[in-house]
Design a protein around this ligand. Structure first.
Ligand SMILES: Nc1ncnc2c1ncn2[C@@H]1O[C@H](COP(=O)(O)OP(=O)(O)OP(=O)(O)O)[C@@H](O)[C@H]1O
Ligand SMILES: [Mg+2]
Length: 226
């Protein structure tokens, strides 16, 4: 059974008179532990797809099943619980909380999940070490480089041991060398921890390393030779 299965997914936005068909019939199947790369022009629907898979938004029509569970049938509370327990997000702009240290940022999702303080501290420290920032745990985001910030964001995304990691242009704001290091980290995490990953990227390195390469155009996946 596929870990994630989306069928005939659509998402239409209504702003003004003209509807925007951001997703226009997307089918997707991700196996457990797979690394899939999504490319495609600006406005083609990549971030919209990630939002749906991560339970941040709901589709206009179609289905998303995660381990056999249909997301469309979940209440807002259930969807929030799904996000918290099962999904990690990584964004181009990092989205760290600026007044919290690196360690505190990593602890945030653990707090939301109700993990007790002692366990939270231990787990955040392990994760900060995993991403190679043991010496930077007490730094605020502005006291970190771009690559270090993204490492903190990766550690945070892993905090609740998600089944699915969704990354939206994770190297988009980094120089080539730093982007390379972040890509390596994601590929290694995929291999070592078996987390299913969907990565939106313009970085050919990620696409090269992926098990599945998907190209989105006008809200649909184009067939592409694997
Ligand atoms: N909340 C929204 N309300 C209205 N339209 C939206 C909304 N979010 C996205 N869109 C529209 O849906 C389409 C797809 O947007 P999306 O952000 O998914 O594209 P993308 O492929 O991620 O692009 P980029 O590479 O620039 O990030 C765009 O035409 C966008 O303007
Ligand atoms: Mg986008």
């Amino acid at each position: 059974m596929a870990a994630i299965e989306a069928a005939n997914l659509t998402r239409t936005f209504h702003v003004g008179d003209e509807p925007v068909h951001a997703l226009d019939g997307v089918d997707l199947s991700l196996s457990e532990g797979e690394l899939a790369a999504v490319v495609g022009p600006s406005g083609s629907g990549k971030s919209t797809l990630l939002a749906l898979l991560g339970g941040l938004d709901t589709p206009t029509s179609g289905s998303i099943s995660v381990d056999g569970r249909e997301l469309a049938g979940l209440s807002p509370d259930e969807l929030a619980a799904y996000r918290c327990a099962s999904v990690g997000f990584i964004f181009k702009d990092f989205f760290l909380l600026s007044h919290l240290t690196a360690l505190e940022n990593v602890e945030t999702p653990l707090k939301l999940a109700g993990v007790p303080a002692g366990e939270r501290n231990t787990r955040a420290a392990e994760l900060i070490e995993l991403v190679g920032l043991a010496a930077r745990g007490d730094h605020l985001p502005r006291q970190l480089s771009g690559g270090e910030r993204q490492r903190v964001a990766i550690a945070r995304a892993l905090a609740n041991r998600p089944k699915l990691l969704l990354a939206d242009e994770p190297t988009g704001n980094l120089d080539t060398k730093t982007g390379h290091a972040i890509t390596e980290m994601l590929v290694e995490l995929n291999a070592a921890q078996g987390i299913t990953m969907l990565v939106v990227t313009h970085n050919p390195e990620v696409a090269e390393r992926a098990n599945q390469q998907l190209r989105m155009v006008d809200g649909r996946f184009e067939e592409e030779a694997a």
